[in-house]
Design a protein. Structure first.
Length: 201
């Protein structure tokens, strides 16, 4: 069976609802994208023509995905790869309309010491990140290293010039205080960019 990431929005919707892909494609086209389609269908849009059973099934899948997105990190959980970071934190940004900047305090062996700290929330095109607050929080938690994570509500995770400049400042500050930056992961819509993987840290 092909991995779920290889399916189109229409194909995934067809699988969940048990309807033809063509019909699922019509629904996605009607509402614009997968997120809007699921929101309309779970709200009971009469235009969709779903049976109560199919609507209940979609509501259950939607609720399950929300619960998974809010699952807290476990103390001691290892975040040693960009993929692990994205899997653990990417779902938290689902449906976000603003940028949010998180830091995760890690042990020397890259184990989570605490739930991610939200250090800043901005607008759709950017966020102001207080470096001093980050350092104080990491020091208070006894971090040996840390990971930065933030989202791009527009969906494209490609780092902006501001992201590049901020990451360099975080790297420098981390070196000065002895708490190095392991990675900065930018989360988009179903994808991510790792500064470490690109050799930028």
């Amino acid at each position: 069976m092909a991995p779920s990431t290889s399916y189109s929005d229409a194909e995934l919707l067809a699988i969940v609802l048990g309807i033809p892909v063509a019909r699922a494609g019509e629904l996605v086209a009607t509402y614009g994208d997968a997120r809007s389609t699921v929101a309309a269908l779970t709200a009971g849009s009469p235009a969709a023509g779903l049976t109560p059973r199919r609507q209940a099934k979609l509501q259950a899948v939607d609720e399950l995905s929300r619960r998974l997105a809010s699952t807290p990190l476990k103390k001691g959980q290892r975040l040693s790869t960009p993929e692990a970071v994205y899997a653990a934190l990417g779902p938290r940004f689902r449906d976000a309309t603003q940028e949010a900047f998180l830091v995760v305090a890690l042990s020397a062996r890259q184990h989570v010491l605490h739930e991610p700290i939200t250090v800043a929330i901005g607008h759709v095109t950017g966020v102001e990140v207080p470096l001093g607050a980050i350092v104080r929080s990491l020091a208070r938690l006894g971090a040996a290293r840390f990971i930065a994570v933030h989202n791009h509500p527009g969906g494209d995770p490609e780092p902006s010039p501001q992201d590049l400049a901020l990451t360099e400042r975080l790297r420098q500050v981390g070196q000065i205080v002895g708490i190095p930056l392991n990675d900065h992961v930018v989360v988009g819509d179903g994808s991510f960019v790792s500064f470490h993987a690109r050799g930028l840290i």
